[in-house]
Design a protein around this ligand. Structure first.
Ligand code: NAD
Length: 256
């Protein structure tokens, strides 16, 4: 099925992890994928994809990308704001100890980057355009990494505002909230961190990029033509119980 045939999609942070998998699936679905990142992918890009170096925090970088796309294609159909950094997880992730430069860097990449992307590329989008912002389940609660949590909450807010503002032009904006996904970002996670996440997941396993990519492809496609301003978790059920799983676990569920 080539649901994205004829569409040009810009994807940030596509050199590895979730972005890399998304690039592969979007290309397989027929899109011309402009994969962007601060580092080059270590593997060969799929047919239909091309690489463009871009730091999402650079306004000039976005303007340069948009100018090139305008000249070559005239129109952009999709934008996936996927690039992100996680910041300090230990004491320096906590509010009392967070360093101002780390806080600013998290907001710059995780929130301002998507805003700059929308500013640069929405003018190239026409009726049917679709923007997908990759937030996180941490943007539905109080995560221990303050700067990361705030940056992803802010991205939810940005998505809602963009969906209201761009809707009249026929451009949809949606947010994906992944749970714990096995990617290089989680490469050095201590086992107790993984176990804590697992304890929240009714489906009993952590996620992979294969769990997220199909949702991104769907949201970019015309199958999602009337879906905008939505926030969709891909998290094995972790948000669904709003933290109450701990009670069921304490009482025993009667299931293995
Ligand atoms: P990852 O670290 O494997 O990949 C992130 C990519 O973003 C990398 O290729 C990196 O080079 C790129 N990047 C970093 N800073 C950049 C910048 N300034 N400009 C352009 N590219 C930049 O992480 P991932 O797990 O694939 O994360 C993808 C998105 O999903 C991120 O926004 C992340 O916050 C979010 N997320 C991840 C998880 C998880 O558990 N892995 C959970 C929820 C949300």
């Amino acid at each position: 099925m080539a649901r994205l045939s004829g569409k040009t999609v810009v994807l940030t942070g596509g050199a590895r992890g979730q972005g890399w998998r998304e690039a592969g699936l979007l290309a397989a679905e027929g899109a011309r994928v402009v994969v962007t990142d601060v580092v080059e992918p270590s593997e060969r890009l799929p047919d239909g994809a091309e690489f463009h170096r871009l730091d999402v925090a650079s306004a000039e970088g976005w303007v340069g990308l948009a100018d090139g796309l305008r000249r070559r294609f005239g129109v952009v159909h999709g934008l996936v704001n996927n690039a992100g950094i996680v910041g300090a997880r230990g004491k320096q992730g906590r509010l009392r100890d967070v360093r101002l430069e780390d806080w600013n860097r998290l907001l710059e990449i995780n929130t301002t980057g998507p805003m700059l992307g929308i500013q640069a590329l929405a003018p190239l989008m026409t009726d049917g355009g679709s923007i997908v912002n990759i937030s996180s389940v941490v943007a539905a609660g109080a995560h221990m990494s303050a700067g990361y949590g705030v940056s992803k909450w802010a991205l939810r807010g940005l998505s809602r505002i963009a969906s209201a503002e761009l809707g009249p032009a026929g451009i949809r904006v949606n947010t994906v909230l992944p749970g714990y996904i096995e990617t290089p970002m989680q490469g050095d996670s201590p086992q107790r961190f993984v176990d804590a996440w697992l304890s929240l997941i009714p489906l009993g396993r952590t996620g992979t990029p294969d769990d997220v990519a199909p949702l991104v492809a769907f949201l970019l496609s015309d199958d999602a033509a009337w879906i905008s301003g939505a926030e969709i978790a891909v998290d094995g059920g972790s948000l669904g119980h709003a933290g109450l799983k701990i009670v069921a676990d304490a009482m025993g569920t009667g299931h293995a």
